[in-house]
Design a binder for this molecule. Structure first.
Ligand code: FE2
Ligand code: FE2
Length: 209
């Protein structure tokens, strides 16, 4: 976002919105950190692979690809945030956190979709294919961040390995069934599914398209 801000007019609506979004994303970081502290948790460090991909994409990918990635991640996190905040069994601090997150993410999604309309309208077959594949990789990356063996170790569960495997496969399946509907609709809206991309959606994300 800060890279994009350097190349657009400072008095444009887009510039104003990007400042707002940056402020809000930083606040989210603060909120997540405080929530982890409140429940007495200890943050899980990034894996080397996550660090490498994060650094690489931030440094080298063009703005339109980064915005495609961020809106797709926001759309998916919004869906499971909604499941969490509506579930009375979830700890109230976490539900409140998802409430606040959802309000601000809703704004980001509307803005980024509007911004990307221009990019996707101009995109030909190859660009649309690359957008679609980069979204698959973003979501695949996101999915690897949740079910971690270390969490089961920490809570002292027996048969850690088996429980972890079951939980991982269950998450993978539920994720494909319940969390990707909005995203599939978004990608269809600019014809991002074609012979060169469908396999990746099916194979890596388990989406039935
Ligand atoms: Fe956020
Ligand atoms: Fe956001």
């Amino acid at each position: 976002m800060s890279r994009r801000m350097l190349v657009i007019p400072p008095d444009s609506v887009e510039h104003k919105f990007l400042i707002r979004e940056l402020i809000e994303e930083l606040r989210h970081q603060e909120m997540f950190t405080q929530a982890i502290a409140r429940i007495g948790g200890k943050p899980l460090p990034q894996t080397r692979m996550h660090k490498f991909i994060g650094n690489f994409s931030n440094k080298y990918l063009p703005a339109d690809f980064l915005f495609m990635g961020s809106v797709s991640i926001e759309m998916v996190t919004d869906v499971y945030g909604n499941y969490a905040r509506k579930n009375s069994q979830v700890y109230p601090v976490l539900r409140k956190m998802f409430d606040l997150h959802s309000i601000e993410e809703g704004r980001h999604i509307v803005f980024t979709k509007a911004l990307l309309k221009d990019f996707s309208a101009k995109a030909g077959y190859i660009k649309r294919t690359l957008y679609s594949l980069s979204i698959v990789l973003n979501i695949y990356f996101l999915r690897t961040m949740y079910v971690k063996k270390e969490i089961f170790n920490r809570i002292g569960i027996e048969n850690t390995e088996q429980v972890y495997k079951l939980a991982y496969n269950n998450f993978k399946q539920k994720f494909a069934e319940k969390c990707l509907g909005d995203l599939v609709e978004f990608v269809s809206s600019w014809n991002g599914f074609n012979g060169a991309t469908r396999w990746a959606w099916r194979w890596l994300l388990g989406v039935k398209i």
